[in-house]
Design a protein around this ligand. Structure first.
Ligand SMILES: [Zn+2]
Length: 329
């Protein structure tokens, strides 16, 4: 359900937006500005839902009418989103997208009294697109509301800025991000660590949390470094086995795959595209004879197969690490 409760922080801004919706004074063109990942898009979607809802309650969508259901399903005919298209190097909103938008808004809304348009990434319009949009905003089809989102307000054309009400979204506090992460099931200590480095952006915090994969890879590399220096004790392996026994099987599969890729990079990074280019400075320091690396990769492949059986994960992990270790002894 689309509700203001889903938005983290921004209490004063939410109050203001709800008030304008309840009092039917929501501006016909508005710019939500603020850094990436703080909830501008979500806020815009909730506004859209509330503006299209038949039974708005105190500036909030009711969540029960047909319009609310259509919005939640992403299929409301009077809700239109323009997004920047990304290529490898750039993001842009092209003039063709704005022309399509113009055609759309020239029609009467189908289901509601009005239409709501979200333009996400307004800073990615080139001048032609921005001027084209400007015409639409200047001579608005009466029933259309435009919500522009941008992380770079000052880069928007002055002419566009001057025609839109500006609503600024501030960075979130460390506590807001921490609590938001905890609500999503992230462990307290991890939530605290991430909230400090997320720089006020919940979106960034989620990405950082997602990079659990980076931690796993680091663990795999650490393991290989220790093995190559003959520093991995049996005790280390059993400790590791205990930790792994609490993992879902998929995670161990990823761990195994990470080791395989690291081994390939140690061997082939010079002749083929490495899997882990960022780790090459450390990988080149690992000295293992090439024929041994091939054998270790083969061992990894065998254990990969054994994972498909119902083997005990802990025993399997310990056997694997012991085999690698003893192989290099
Ligand atoms: Zn509703």
């Amino acid at each position: 359900m689309i509700t203001w409760k889903n938005l983290i922080g921004h209490a004063a801004t939410i109050d203001y937006l709800k008030k304008t919706i309840a009092e039917k004074t929501f501006p016909h063109a508005v710019i939500f500005s603020g850094i990436e990942g703080i909830g501008k898009r979500l806020a815009a979607e909730i506004c859209a839902a509330a503006l299209l809802c038949e039974n708005t309650i105190d500036g909030s969508p009711c969540g029960e009418c047909e319009n609310c259901h259509l919005i939640a399903a992403g299929s409301h005919p009077d809700f239109y989103v323009v997004e920047a298209e990304a290529t490898k190097t750039t993001r842009s909103i092209k003039i063709a997208q704005i022309r399509e938008l113009q055609t759309e808004v020239s029609r009467r809304p189908l289901n509601s009294e009005r239409r709501v348009v979200i333009l996400d990434g307004a800073e990615f319009m080139n001048n032609a697109a921005a001027n084209c949009l400007l015409k639409t905003i200047e001579e608005p089809p009466s029933q259309t509301i435009f919500i522009l989102l941008t992380a770079n307000y000052s880069s928007l054309l002055m002419t566009i800025r001057s025609r839109c009400m500006a609503v600024k979204f501030d960075k979130l506090t460390i506590e807001q991000i921490r609590d938001g992460l905890i609500d999503r099931g992230v462990e307290m200590s991890e939530a605290e660590r991430i909230s400090i480095i997320a720089d006020g952006s919940f979106g960034k915090a989620l990405k950082l949390q997602d990079s659990d994969g980076a931690k796993l890879r680091e663990m795999a590399l650490d393991m290989l470094e220790k093995i190559s220096r003959a520093e991995l004790s049996n005790e280390d392996i059993f400790k590791q086995g205990e930790e792994i026994s609490a993992w879902p099987k998929d995670k161990f599969t990823d761990f195994l795959t990470d080791i395989q890729k690291l081994l390939r990079d140690i061997c082939f990074a010079e002749v083929s595209k490495p899997y882990n280019p960022d780790l090459l400075p450390r990988l080149t320091k690992i000295k293992i004879p090439e024929r041994k690396i091939f054998a270790m990769i083969k061992i990894g492949a065998e254990f990969h197969k054994r994972l498909n059986s119902n083997a005990n994960l802990r025993l399997l992990a310990e056997a694997y690490l012991l085999k690698l270790k003893n192989f290099l002894r």
